[in-house]
Design a protein around this ligand. Structure first.
Ligand code: UDP
Length: 456
């Protein structure tokens, strides 16, 4: 039996894009001799379609065990109750683990839940915040938190220049609808920095080479360690036996259907399309996208979640998509991105999807929807030069001609050659970062060795 010298309790915000990287980071820690336990809410666990992981999972409560965030109605209601019930149930879990002979030494928490620091301090535990967004986006929210920047910007033509950050336009900063509910979401994002001065580490799911300047700048303010990309090691060439897929998912991937179909497509011929686990795409946009894909004359694999399906144009799946495309409700995204038939990823630029495309060297057509996605799209296009950004019209819709043009640039035109080459370059740099001696690997080792010293 392995004896672990340190035990990290991992507390993700219960959403797919947060659980995925925190689970992968947990596995990385376990491979370096640290025991990890994930504390997931009962409501998240209840909807879990896949639960296959070497990491222990324990339940806590957000106060809405039947339906989580949806049951709460508003963000304010959800976060208020989660803080209260979450603090209690997390404390009980720490007590239970101590009684079972597995005392916790450190809480690695999602900064969406900053109250975890108070729980950790009550038990005298070390703390690490784990940011699931890019360091650039963290820097933007930090400056909003400090009152230096206002979101949404007041002047739409304004150029925004803040320390540690490239100069960006208003269309590149995180966006939110103007509504009381969106204002609460922004408040929560900015609130990630509350309690941050009390933590021992700030872990970021990124890697140094990707965001050097901003990481250097943020490191002056917080004890930053970039540890990403937190994706299963097998996709980065280091095959760990149990490391097949994400393991904790609320969606059921249509794995066989996707892989069988992809296996029949020529190399680099397929556009993979997904807007992640949350985005609600307008029906008009879905229609433009459908026609853009169809007119590009490329093969496509399009993930349309079941809750979005009714927005597809009538008969699209039966008639228009059947010759060239496959529409599925969820796919094993990493296996898809790794597949040799994939030539381009049309993405909403969620941070996990962006990192996954970088790691697997797939050039992107960026179609950001909201929150941090416009900033990630800016980085994809202008900093890493690994994709194009599909321009919206004044109604906020990307039209079919633009979609078709973007796909062709990225997949076949001479104009896109540099993008395709850069995709390969970033794939290599990602591997270096996580390999022996690489920036992220070194940071994880330093984290583990410090953890062992403070807990021994
Ligand atoms: N994903 C997946 N299958 C799909 C679509 C998405 O496994 O069909 C995964 C994807 O690999 C990523 C996560 O879901 O890890 C989505 O996270 P991201 O940050 O990109 O977007 P969000 O869902 O948070 O908007």
């Amino acid at each position: 039996m392995t004896t672990h010298k340190a035990h990290c309790l991992i507390l993700p915000y219960p959403a797919q894009g947060h659980i995925n990287p925190m689970l992968q980071f947990s596995k990385r820690l376990q491979s370096k001799g640290v025991k990890t336990t994930i504390a997931a809410t009962k409501s998240f666990l209840k909807n879990m379609q896949e639960l296959s992981t070497s990491v222990s999972v324990e339940a806590i409560s957000d106060g809405y065990d039947d339906g989580g965030r949806e049951q709460a109605g508003t963000f304010v209601a959800y976060f208020t109750r989660f803080k209260e019930v979450g603090s209690d149930t997390l404390s009980q879990l720490i007590g239970k683990l101590t009684n079972c002979g597995c005392p916790v030494s450190c809480i690695v928490y999602d900064p969406f839940l900053p109250w975890a620091v108070e729980v950790a301090k009550k038990f005298g535990l070390a703390t690490a915040a784990f940011f699931t967004q890019s360091c650039t986006v963290d820097n933007i929210y930090y400056h909003v938190h400090k009152g230096v920047l206002k979101l949404p910007p007041t002047d739409i033509d304004e150029e925004i220049s803040i320390p540690g950050l490239l100069t960006v336009e208003t269309s590149d900063v995180p966006t939110f609808e103007i509504s009381p509910e969106s204002a609460r979401v922004l408040e929560m994002l900015v609130n990630q920095f509350s309690n941050l001065e009390k933590v021992d580490w700030v872990l970021i799911n990124s890697f140094y080479e990707l965001e050097k300047e901003v990481i250097d700048w943020m490191s002056e303010v917080y004890p930053i360690k970039t540890i990403g990309p937190a994706i299963p090691s097998m996709y980065l060439d280091k095959r760990l036996p149990d490391d097949k897929e994400y393991g904790l998912s609320v969606f059921k991937p249509m794995t066989d259907a996707c892989l069988n179909w992809l296996n029949h497509q020529p190399v680099s011929s397929v556009v993979y399309v997904s807007f992640g686990s949350l985005a609600k795409v307008e029906a008009e946009q879905m229609e433009e996208l459908a026609w853009g894909l169809r007119n590009s004359n490329k093969n496509f694999l399009w993930v349309v979640r079941s809750t979005e399906e009714s927005k597809l144009p009538k008969n699209f799946v039966e008639e228009l998509a059947s010759e060239k495309g496959l529409v599925v409700s969820w796919c094993p995204q990493l296996q898809v991105l790794e597949h040799k038939s994939i030539g381009c990823f049309l993405t909403h630029c969620g941070w996990n999807s962006t990192l996954e495309a970088i790691s697997l060297g797939v050039p992107m057509v960026a179609m950001p929807q909201w929150s941090d996605q416009p900033t990630n799209a800016k980085l994809v296009k202008d900093v890493w030069e690994m994709g194009v950004r599909a321009k919206q019209d004044e109604k906020g819709i990307v039209r079919r001609e633009i979609i078709e043009e973007c796909i062709k640039i990225v997949m076949e035109e001479e104009k896109g050659k540099m993008i395709r080459e850069n995709a390969k370059k970033w794939k290599e740099l990602t591997r270096k970062a996580v390999d022996e001696g690489g920036s992220s690997n070194r940071n994880i080792e330093e984290f583990v060795s410090k953890l062992l010293t403070i807990t021994s």
